[in-house]
Each structure stands twice: as C-alpha cells, then as structure tokens.
Design a protein around this ligand. Structure first.
Ligand code: IFM
Length: 466
C-alpha cells in the first residue's frame, strides 16, 4: 500500500472530543539507550555494556558508551521537555550506577545523578516517572547466573528499596520491570539479548523470577511508602492468519505466551491455563507463595503497544510454535512491525474485560521510520511518524470513549537512541539526535505531539495541524 493512501485510510474525518481533563501526557526513554557515560562517577559495567562490547553484540557494532549523551546533557534535555509541554517524563534507573558490582555497597554519585534529574524535571513542572528495571543490571550479577540465580530477586528488591528511599518523595509514578516478556524471550529463548541463551526451561524459570522480583520490589515500595507502583508489559493482539483451527490455536498460544503469561499471575493470581502445555517438560510450576507474592495488587498497569501479530501455526520451536505473516495491504515500520492502531483500542478494552478496572497508562507507543542522520534546518520531516502517532492517539481516545480506564500516554521515544541489539540503525525519537555532534533537532512529530498536549488531543480532530 502506498504511504499516502495508508495515511488517508488512517486519518479519517474528525470525531468529537478531547482527552479527559487531567490526562497525563508524557515521553519515555531508558537509561542504557540514552545516557552514555556508563562507567562515570563510580558506576560499574552492566550486562548490556558487556553485551554491546562483545563482537556481534549490535548490528552496527555500536555501544552505549556515548549513546545520546543524556548523562551529561540532562539539563538541556529537560529544557526541551518543557518546551514540548510534557506533563511527565518516564526514565529508567541504571542499577549498575547505584550498585556498581552488584554487591551491597551503594555508589552515592549514581543516586545523585537521578536525584538531580528528578529535580530538573520538578523545576520545570514535569512529573518524574521512574522504571527500576529496563533490562540493564550490574554485569557482576551475571557471573552468579543473573536472572537464573535465585538471589537475584532479593538483590533487585534491595536495590529498589534504595531507589524508593532516595527518590520516593519526588517521583510521581514507579514502574518495577519493563516488558518481562522481552527480557525472558529475547534473552533466554531467542538469544538476541543478553545473556544470549536459547532454552525453553530457562525462559520459564526467568519469567517466574521476573514476576517474583516485581512482587518483592512492590512490597519494598509499600514499606517505603512509595506510590503509585505498577508493572509495564508489552502487549500485542495475536490474530489468526486464517480460520483454520490450527491457526486459531496458534494465535491463542501466542497470546498466552506473550501477553497472559505475565498479566494473569499479576492481575488474577494464577498463570493462564494453557501455559504449562506451551512449555511442556520445560514448565516450572508456581507455588502458592509465588502466587501470593506476584499477585499483590498493583496501582496501575503500563502498556507498551507497537503492533499486532497475524500468526499461523508452523510447528516451529518451543514454546510458542507460531510465526507471523506479513500482509500485503499493511504498512510496516522499519523494525518490520505492522502499523495497526485498531489493535491499541482492542488491547485496552480487553484489559478491562479480563482484569476489571485497573488504571492504565500507555507507557510506550511509537515507531521507527527512516530519518536522516544529519538534520537540515529547524525541523526534520517525518510524516509517517506523525501519521502513526495521530492514528494511535485516536485509537487510545476511542478506547477511553468505550470505557477503558486510560489515564495517560507516553510517546516512545523522547529522542533517538540505541535500539538495543539493533544499535543506532533505528530511530524512534520525536527529537532527532545527530550522533556526531549530539545536536537535538525537533522532528515534525515532536511539534505535532506538542500541539496534541497543548490542545489535550484537540489537534487530532484537525483543529490545527502539527
Ligand atoms: O526501544 C524499545 C524499548 O526499550 C522497549 N520497548 C520497545 C522499544 C522499541 O523497540
């Protein structure tokens, strides 16, 4: 499908109403992806530092040594956030800045960086929203087995306590773990993220460990009086490629493996019925103590939404035995993800159906499309990203209209950054970063998002074009 007809199809004539009053407008990033200076001020190497420095770690050989240099430019970046009109900024804390060797001694300078960042945000009227684990941890912990080491969960909770105590009086929202499915699947099943393993048994163990770590951190936060605290899951509707029974079963398995594996234990207090069958002999059961811990009530759920998957049964490897089909009529982003805004409406409404009225935030939504490495002029034109954001924001608003308890939206990402093992080959930012000079330039999508915030979504109905 051509880009213009896609944009027309997804930009239908205006529909009523803005977002509810008090809707939280934010942008998100994560530590290893933007900060750079990974060993500064006493920080220790992280698992991602080691992984990107090993041959073949990233597609383009890049590392997070400089990234978007946010560690040294946090003040200027906070000014840009203010100019954009952000109500909230979601960042993550690098565990290895606080506990450099994964042991018990705290590196105060690491905590000070986040304390300063929080103050920079507050000074500009922006609510700080902190994620405790966005995939990076002290590399020394991997020598003990990382997430396969049972003591990792307690260590995570100890680190979380320190963060809650130091920042809890100023942070507006806490997120324990970002995207447990990606950590377990990409790291332990597909082997494309650290530690680069391929084992269904480890994937099952690590999934449970991550959920237990979430529960322990939540308890630590309660003990420190920090609130609200939630979990962030990346959710993808799984749809069958045909009506064939086996494709429908593949979609169901995919949904259980990616989405419900993490949501059901947290929000219903038990794993989904089909999960043991998906893992087969690799399955590890949850004890009543696990379930009580994991099922402790959270204050909100963070939803990262990028795409849907149209799947068919292909008899492939455990645990999900499914593969995605590429559709001729759809537009795909540079990461190969179908642009499917309706899926966001469906995901948000389904959460209400399955789990009741838990407050929801879209904690990430955005797209990689090709942008030039150098910015010419004052604005980088990125019409596809503008169309993507417009259509997904309309989809979010539609979900609210139909009863979803959505309280806020964070665009991914504030600025271009290191896309993990894909290095700098993919740009998701609404601010362009020139990696040679570290100059930040507004993208058209950033200017559009500013208007969205200013009009509380009114611009989506064409009141004013971005
Ligand atoms: O860049 C990532 C982010 O770290 C986690 N969610 C998905 C984004 C895009 O792939």
């Amino acid at each position: 499908m051509s880009e213009s007809s896609w944009a027309e199809k997804n930009d239908p004539p205006p529909r009523s109403s803005r977002f509810p009053e008090g809707f939280l407008w934010g942008a998100a990033t994560s530590a290893y992806q933007i900060e750079g200076s990974p060993l500064a001020d006493g920080a220790g190497p992280s698992n991602w530092h080691r992984f990107t420095h090993a041959p073949g770690g990233t597609e383009d050989g890049s590392t997070g040594d400089v990234a978007s240099d946010h560690y040294r430019r946090a003040g200027g970046d906070a000014d840009l956030m203010k100019e954009m009109g952000l109500g909230a900024y979601r960042f993550s804390i690098a565990w290895s800045r606080i506990f450099p060797d994964g042991g018990n001694s705290i590196n105060r300078a690491g905590l000070d960086f986040y304390s300063r960042l929080v103050d920079l945000l507050l000074d500009r009227g922006i609510r700080p929203c902190a994620t405790l684990y966005h995939w990076d941890h002290p590399a020394a912990l991997d020598e003990r087995g990382g997430w396969l080491d049972p003591s990792m969960e307690e260590r995570f909770a100890a680190y979380a306590s320190v963060a809650f105590r130091a920042l809890g009086d100023r942070v507006s929202m806490w997120m324990t773990i970002n995207e447990p499915w990606v950590i377990a699947h990409a790291g332990f099943m597909a082997g494309v993220h650290p530690p680069g393993h391929r084992s269904a048994a480890e994937t099952a163990k690590v999934s449970r460990a991550l959920l237990r770590a979430h529960g322990l951190a939540l308890r630590a936060g309660r003990a420190e009086g920090a609130a609200p605290i939630g979990l962030v899951a990346n959710l993808e509707p799984k749809e069958p490629a045909s009506d064939a029974e086996e494709d429908r079963a593949a979609a169901e398995r995919g949904d259980i493996y990616m989405n419900r594996q993490y949501l059901d234990p947290v929000l219903l207090g038990r794993p989904p019925a089909g999960l043991p069958d998906i893992y087969g002999p690799a399955w590890v059961d949850y004890t009543p103590e696990d379930l009580a811990l994991i099922g402790e009530p959270i204050d909100f759920l963070g939803v990262n939404y990028y795409t849907r998957a149209v799947v068919r049964r292909d008899g492939g490897a455990l645990p999900d035995r499914e593969s995605s089909v590429r559709l001729e009529d759809s537009l795909y982003t540079e990461t190969g993800w179908e642009v499917h805004p309706e899926g966001l409406t469906r995901v948000l409404l389904r959460l209400k159906e399955l789990y009741g009225s838990i407050p929801l935030y879209v904690t990430e939504n955005g797209a990689a499309f090709p942008d030039p490495p150098r910015a010419e002029g004052e604005t980088v034109e990125d019409p596809l990203r503008v169309a993507y954001l417009r259509s997904h924001l309309k989809a979010a608003r539609e979900a609210i209209r139909r009863g979803a308890g959505l309280r806020g939206y964070f665009v991914w990402s504030l600025m271009d950054n290191l896309e993990w093992s894909r290095g700098f080959t993919k740009r998701f930012g609404v601010f362009h970063v020139d990696y040679a000079t570290q100059k930040r330039t507004w993208k058209r999508s950033g200017r559009f998002y500013r208007k969205v915030i200013e009009t509380n979504g009114g611009v989506l109905d064409g009141e004013e074009r971005g």
